[in-house]
Design a protein around this ligand. Structure first.
Ligand code: ATP
Ligand code: MG
Length: 262
């Protein structure tokens, strides 16, 4: 289980960042008391507009950032006190982490397998499975720099999943992909769900979330504006699909935050 309790992340801003963001405040509340849980065999989607706090939340779960307040546990391990145990149990994919352009998928897969302490036999078995699923074998000996966006993403996904972790945290995994490649990724997430993994994904794409998510959290301005089932949000808003429901929740939340804009 992944448990996020009252997670708050406040960034300190440099003078340069303050100037860029046109603010006099030297802090930015990126995530504001967000709570949710994700369980075995569940795909949990984090939805929200640009700058909502999705990546920050996922980075806190992945131990790359410490919460300012609140607590995150992954399979019972605290992300601050037991970071190593958390990292052993998760795959983390984000477009900020890129594979080295000078190496091949084949080399990088083996490299990260060794880094994870896997034996050559384990690495080979995993490579066979993931490379054939994603069709990576065809370009496994090409340099990353020579690959298309979709090929790079497939290679990144395979490398992130090398140790067959229980928890899969993907930040906008289908961003920039064509529908065929995007479908290969979302189908794989469904397969992982069937295997009883815990999957947390962020996305802007409401149609994708509507098909994929068992439950979801809508993050708006760092706060959780809705958390629950698709059927709940459709009922609450009277909308016919998730995109309309999201707009409705967004309108209500922004109006509550700044009633003078009404
Ligand atoms: N290192 C940082 N220092 C200061 N502010 C930051 C930093 N990283 C993110 N922020 C700010 O925190 C807020 C949340 O950012 P975050 O990247 O988590 O949003 P997001 O929901 O992932 O957005 P997007 O959909 O654009 O990826 C934004 O206002 C962003 O400008
Ligand atoms: Mg993001």
């Amino acid at each position: 289980m992944v448990e996020i309790k009252e997670l708050t992340k406040i960034y300190k801003l440099s003078k340069k960042q303050m100037a860029k963001m046109k603010t006099k405040k030297n802090t930015k509340v990126a995530v504001d008391h967000v709570s949710f849980t994700a369980s075995e065999g569940e795909i949990f989607c984090l939805l929200g507009p640009n700058g909502a706090g999705k990546t920050t939340t996922l980075r806190c779960i992945a131990t790359l950032l410490d919460p300012t307040e609140g607590q995150v546990t992954v399979e019972g391990y605290d992300t601050v006190k037991q970071g190593q145990d958390v990292r052993a149990n998760i795959a983390f994919l984000t477009n900020e982490v890129k594979l080295d352009p000078n190496f091949t998928p084949d080399y990088l897969f083996t490299f990260f397998g060794k880094l994870r302490g896997m034996t050559e036999k384990q690495i080979l078995a995993r490579k066979e499975e993931l490379f054939s699923y994603f069709g990576i074998s065809e370009f496994e000996n090409k340099k990353i720099s020579e690959l298309s966006t979709g090929m790079k993403q497939k290679a990144s996904i395979a490398v992130s999943l090398i140790h067959d972790p229980k928890v899969v945290i993907f930040d906008e995994p289908t961003n920039g992909l064509d529908i065929i490649t995007a479908r290969a990724v979302t189908d794989y997430l469904k397969l992982l769900k069937e295997q009883g993994k815990i999957i947390i994904v962020s996305t802007h794409i409401m149609s994708e979330a509507q098909k994929l998510a068992d439950r979801m959290a809508m993050i708006i301005n760092g706060r959780c504006a809705f958390c629950g089932l698709l059927s709940d949000v459709l009922e609450q808003t009277g909308a016919e699909d998730l995109e309309d429901a999201f707009f409705e929740i967004y309108k209500r939340t922004v109006n509550v935050d700044s009633p003078e804009e009404q």
